[in-house]
Design a protein around this ligand. Structure first.
Ligand code: G3I
Length: 351
């Protein structure tokens, strides 16, 4: 593959899309960032600018500027667009939290989804319709996270979110986005089991879930269990779902401080993960959670490395140079089977 080609072309050769969550500040201020996103990505998602906390921080104080800018750039660059996120226990302004009650919760959710999904109708390939809804420490036998939405509306809030999206934008695939279901820890296996049980329940009662998203925040502290991952992906596909890798990055805090050794370890973990993931024909998209190291959320407080060194979690370094992780992703796409049939099936279902 010519080096001029980016991960976009490497993915598209196999009927896949590669992309990233876009940081609005870098997008607006750094031409090298814009160029890197253009060169490497066939799909993008605004990191925060379609979330309620950004769109309407105070009642009636509405802005769609950031989401529109990223949408317009994606359109200009022929990139697909994802949306995040419709219903979540985070990413909402405090004034909304206070209004999620049994009496007004349904209208509040319908109104929000109607406005945000309505604004981008026909432009979004898939929406994170519900986000991070499993929490096995919450005490519920079904494993659903106890959130204001659950407290107000019961488990049916999930049905409401997906049915409302389908009414507002039938072309956008409703996706359940979940974290901590990708690695080999026993507690992650328990989460995978809860997810599959919930999916069977939701799908049996007609909830129009079209895709499942593995956020894929890989962690150097937790081993990869290729067999468990392969089994989980096959079970998701067996339920008729398409699959997306929605927020790939690697928390490198247990890897060496030495940059060359750390980059090799990060690339190795990502390659082993993607080799399993891309073996599953139902997988359509792989997105990283930003594309350049300096923007990673993993340098925030509770995920910082003990030695204080900045994390090297993403495909490009601070000078936008391609790292071993970039090559690992490129090679994983090169070694993958063709996914064109899966995309055709997903399009048929979304129509
Ligand atoms: O832009 C405002 C700024 O004007 C204000 O001064 C500042 C202080 O209040 O807040 C800024 O907004 C913050 C925004 O990030 C941009 O920096 C929000 O408060 C903050 O909540 C938001 O955090 C985001 C977080 O999701 C919650 O929405 C992170 O950037 C984003 O990386 C993170 O992404 C999540 C995924 O959506 C779901 N999976 C986990 C992932 C990492 O937490």
């Amino acid at each position: 593959m010519a080096d001029a080609d980016g991960l976009r072309q490497a993915a598209e050769r196999k009927g896949l899309s590669f992309g990233t969550a876009v940081n609005i500040t870098s997008f607006r201020t750094d031409p090298l960032y814009r160029r890197a996103v253009q060169r490497e990505c066939g799909i993008v998602v605004p990191e925060n600018e379609m979330k309620w906390e950004y769109v309407e921080p105070k009642p009636g104080q509405v802005t769609h500027l950031g989401g529109d800018e990223i949408r317009d750039a994606a359109r200009a660059d022929g990139q697909r667009l994802r949306g995040t996120t419709l219903v979540w226990h985070r990413g909402m302004p405090d004034w909304v939290l206070a209004k999620i009650t049994r009496a007004s919760g349904e209208r509040l959710m319908r109104d929000w989804i109607g406005r945000i999904a309505g604004r981008y109708r026909g432009q979004i390939e898939s929406w994170d319709t519900v986000n991070e809804i499993v929490d096995l420490t919450g005490g519920r036998s079904d494993g659903l996270r106890v959130t204001p939405w659950l407290a107000a509306l019961g488990p049916g809030y999930v049905d409401l979110a997906f049915h409302t999206l389908r009414e507002v934008d039938p072309k956008a695939a409703g996706l359940w986005n979940e974290d901590d279901v990708c690695l080999g820890a026993d507690w992650m296996e328990a989460r995978r089991t809860a997810v599959l049980r919930l999916l069977e329940t939701f799908l049996a009662r007609g909830v129009p879930i079209r895709r499942f998203g593995l956020q894929s925040h890989l962690n150097s502290l937790v081993p990869l269990d290729e067999t468990a991952l392969r089994r989980f992906l096959a079970r998701l596909a067996g339920l008729g779902l398409a699959v997306e890798i929605t927020e790939l990055d690697i928390d490198d805090r247990a890897f060496p401080a030495d940059v060359a050794a750390r980059d090799r370890a990060v690339a190795d973990l990502a390659r082993r993960y993607l080799d399993v993931v891309l073996d599953e024909p139902a997988v359509l998209n792989v997105l990283t959670w930003d594309i350049v190291d300096m923007n990673t959320w993993l340098n925030e407080s509770d995920r910082r490395r003990p030695d204080g060194l900045p994390q090297r979690s993403l495909p490009l370094d601070g000078a936008y140079r391609r790292k071993p992780l970039w090559s690992a992703i490129r090679d994983a796409f090169a070694g993958a089977p063709d996914h064109g049939a899966a995309r055709a099936r997903a399009r048929a279902r979304a129509a």
